[in-house]
Design a protein around this ligand. Structure first.
Ligand code: ZN
Length: 629
């Protein structure tokens, strides 16, 4: 029988021994208990919440109980590589079988699996359904040495999931052939439809379901008004993330290339990544991102799948993603280690125009376009919101929550101004110029700039010419953007603006318009760009008490020095072992070491994230580094 009854304290002991943690996180404990005791489970857990432990700990417990090897199904070579490296650093016998191995290496791993040496064996789904592999499983099973099936990235089995892999469908063969072996399916991204599909296709109807919250509390969300994107990005990187690894998402390949070049010219380490680069360059850039500390990847959305780097400290968007799901997925690559991370985006009028146009120019059906527009509107709602970003984000996935205290709007509530008159002027200028012109032309008319084009069309003779002199073009762009985002404006051919939605009610004065004050964001304080407007209108600037930065750790200068020294040691060690730095220790562990300054092996063992194997392997070195600095 494949059940092993463990008491909770032995699972805790194992967590401490292997991973160096004294407590389970979230639902981990119930999950680990269920699987260790031979129950089936479906685990939905956001990235960074400790999903791997949910099957790795039961695998170790069951192996020690004499039940043999756990088979882990994984869709990507990079992921298998990552997971096995990390386990080996923890002193766990494991291996993988995929196309990157030679015939001899394959035989060696098969031998280790057959002999019962391996605790975990990773393999791709297409490998698992081959006769040779099934034979291996048969022979293990016949001897009672096939302990557990863990199906990672289980959403790949669903055609509704975003990464459908036909080979995953064939995995039901595992249950048909080896009905007694317990199974756990794990995923980070599956809505209700995808979840039901996973259950049905993998025949997990009787499995315990563990659904965790979508929230990633360690990620701070900020969306800033785009004034000068490059300057804003550079300030964000230099003031808040100097020396950190992160991703800068761009819409086009060209922009990814240019951004990487430009960041490099400012002294930062940045590389491009997109589908236009040859496979070898892509691989080389990805490897450097994984292995080096503090590299910035300027990438299109081609970058990300299979990137399991836990210490990505920020994800920056220079362009608007297509919808909230993409935004959530892309920003979710930050902070997988649970330490503070930042999702930051600049957002402006041009982004709205560009995204709307991309949908319009799509050759798809009207129905498809309608859904795309709905999805984009939900994202615009998030970007324009004056209330907690996280509440809106989680609400989109059907999860209710409270104001988070860790997003820009919570930390520094945005101010709004009565923009009714400005909105009327803008709508009127658009109406009087015939609804045939784009934002720049409309703004020229509003501020009274008699450009050649304005004169050519005689728009300098209009009554609306110059009525908006009191506001500068940046403010006018934000007025137009916010009118667009709320649907009072539409976009036609050649990016021309026309009245839509409740525009007429606004013009007639039947609907007041309150808009966000455009702030020039700096991390420390906010500089107002259009002071003149509020002053002219007699509006007082409310005192916004800037809340204390609570979640980003603020190290003392001495601790920061120790952290730097520890990072240098980690880089050297990682190079010597030919593994990425985070496989040696996560940032979180180094930060705790720098703050706590343990001075003996006993004190070191108390640090969360240092298990028995790593204590023996690295303890003495760490003490030397700490004593030296
Ligand atoms: Zn919030």
């Amino acid at each position: 029988m494949s059940s092993v009854h463990t008491n909770p304290s032995s699972l805790h002991a194992l967590l401490k021994e292997i991973w160096g943690h004294s407590q389970f996180r979230g639902q981990q404990e119930q999950i680990v208990q269920t699987i260790t005791n031979g129950g089936d489970a479906l685990v939905l857990m956001p990235t960074g919440a400790g999903k791997s432990v949910c099957y790795q700990l039961p695998a170790i417990a069951r192996h020690r109980a004499g039940l043999g090897v756990t088979l882990v199904v994984s869709p990507l070579i990079a992921l298998m590589h990552d997971q096995t490296q990390a386990l080996q650093e923890l002193g766990i016998a494991c291996g993988f079988l995929n196309s990157s191995l030679s015939a001899e290496q394959t035989q060696q791993i098969e031998h280790e699996a057959r002999s019962g040496q391996l605790v975990l064996l990773y393999a791709a789904p297409e490998r698992i359904t081959t006769p040779r592999f099934l034979n291996l499983l048969e022979s293990l099973n016949a001897r009672g040495k096939l302990s557990l099936f863990a199906i990672d990235e289980a959403h790949c089995v669903s055609q509704w999931g975003h990464d459908f892999r036909p080979e995953y469908v064939a995995l039901n063969i595992l249950h048909e052939r080896f009905a007694k072996v317990p199974r756990v399916a794990l995923t980070a991204t599956a809505d209700a439809i995808t979840r039901a599909d996973i259950v049905q296709r993998l025949q997990l109807e009787d499995a315990h379901q563990f659904i965790s919250s979508f929230d990633r509390p360690n990620i701070r969300y900020s969306i800033v008004d785009k004034t000068d994107a490059r300057k804003q990005l550079l300030r964000f990187l230099k003031e808040e993330h100097l020396g950190d690894a992160g991703i800068v998402y761009c819409l086009s390949r060209k922009k990814a290339d240019e951004t990487a070049l430009w960041l490099s010219s400012t002294g930062l380490t940045a590389l491009p990544y997109h589908a236009g680069l040859d496979a070898q360059t892509r691989r080389a850039h990805q490897d450097r991102f994984l292995q080096e500390d503090g590299l910035i990847m300027c990438a299109t959305i081609a970058f990300g799948m299979g990137i399991d780097k836990p210490d990505v400290r920020f994800v920056a968007h220079l362009d608007l993603p297509s919808n909230i799901e993409s935004y959530y997925q892309e920003t979710g690559r930050a902070g997988r280690d649970g330490a503070p991370a930042h999702a930051w985006m600049t957002y402006g009028l041009g982004d709205v125009v560009q995204r709307r146009r991309m949908i319009d120019e799509n050759q798809a059906s009207e129905e498809f376009k309608r859904i795309q527009i709905q999805k984009l509107d939900a994202l615009l709602g998030l970007a324009e919101s004056a209330t907690c970003r996280r509440v809106i984000l989680l609400g989109y996935f059907g999860q209710a929550s409270q104001a988070c205290g860790n997003c820009d709007n919570c930390l520094q509530p945005p101010r709004t101004w009565d923009a009714t008159e400005a909105a009327q002027k803008a709508l009127s200028a658009i109406y009087r110029t015939g609804q045939h012109f784009g934002a720049s032309h409309v703004i020229d008319v509003l501020i009274g700039n008699a450009s050649d084009k304005v004169k050519q069309f005689g728009h300098n003779k209009l009554s609306t010419f110059g009525v908006g002199k009191a506001l500068n073009p940046i403010v006018w762009r934000s007025v137009l953007r916010q009118l667009l985002a709320r649907g009072a404006l539409g976009i036609g051919d050649y990016q021309s603006l026309h009245l839509a939605g409740d525009a007429r009610q606004i013009l007639k004065g039947e609907m007041p318009v309150h808009l966000r004050v455009i702030e020039k964001n700096t991390s420390k304080n906010k500089t107002r760009i259009h002071r003149t407007f509020a002053e002219k209108n007699g509006q007082k600037r409310p005192e916004t008490a800037s809340k204390k930065d609570s979640s980003f750790s603020s190290l003392t200068p001495e601790a920061a020095k120790r952290l730097d020294a520890l990072k240098v040691w980690r880089s050297e060690t990682a190079r010597a072992h030919a593994v990425p730095a985070y496989v040696i220790f996560h940032d979180k562990v180094l930060i705790e070491l720098a703050e706590q300054m343990p001075d003996s092996m006993e004190e070191l063992a108390e640090i969360s994230g240092i298990g028995v194997h790593k204590l023996q392997a690295y303890g003495k070195d760490i003490l030397i580094v700490l004593r030296r600095t």
